[in-house]
Design a protein around this ligand. Structure first.
Ligand code: 5GP
Length: 175
């Protein structure tokens, strides 16, 4: 297999920062007077989560889960398992799931079902990047950042074989 070419810039850190701020304003407004639990899906969401919570104007609790989907680096197979499960109680709490990117929707769809069974008082989803053209199941995204084309992106927490997560901007990987 040939080595991938250099990534090509899609969104700058300034553009991402403005969008994260807009999402934080919306979340702060909607959850005023509440104390939601923000649940990040590792690993990709950790950069987004770190930036988002510092722009919120409400108190939040934070936890992370690690889900693995079987498949290659670029294609989700559809089978998902919780690798590192939830430590925080979900029942009766306002839960906001923080996802980096929704592609087929299988990963987050699985996790939303898993959470629903644990009877939260509310359950919403915030995703910074949305690739709707590849969706396999309908996913209600309550707080959506950028809608992006069907390209494989890296940077801002997103990797390709554990590379490029540290990049502050978002890039498209060429095939
Ligand atoms: P889905 O289950 O929605 O197909 O895929 C969700 C997961 O696949 C994301 O949480 C992310 O880890 C990974 N993923 C999907 N699309 C991309 C992409 O364009 N770039 C990267 N780096 N990961 C992606």
């Amino acid at each position: 297999m040939a080595a991938p070419r250099q990534p090509e810039l899609l969104l700058t850190k300034e553009e991402i920062g403005r969008e994260v701020n807009r999402l934080a304003q919306e979340i702060s407004r909607d959850y005023r007077g509440k104390h939601p639990l923000l649940l990040g899906i590792l690993k990709g969401s950790f950069v987004f989560m770190a930036d988002l919570i510092r722009l919120l104007e409400i108190p939040v609790a934070v936890d992370f889960v690690s889900l693995s989907s079987y498949g290659s680096a670029r294609v989700t197979s559809g089978e998902v398992k919780v690798v590192q499960g939830l430590r925080s109680p979900v029942k009766g709490r306002d839960i906001l799931v923080i996802e980096d990117i929704v592609d087929t929707g299988l990963t987050v769809g699985y996790f939303l079902d898993y959470l629903k069974k644990r009877k939260p008082s509310s359950l919403k989803l915030c995703a910074l990047f949305d690739k709707p053209s590849r969706r396999k199941i309908p996913i209600p995204i309550d707080y959506r950042g950028f809608t992006i084309p069907n390209r494989f992106v890296v940077g801002y927490g997103l990797d390709y074989n554990e590379r490029f997560r540290h990049l502050p901007d978002l890039y498209v990987m060429e095939d």
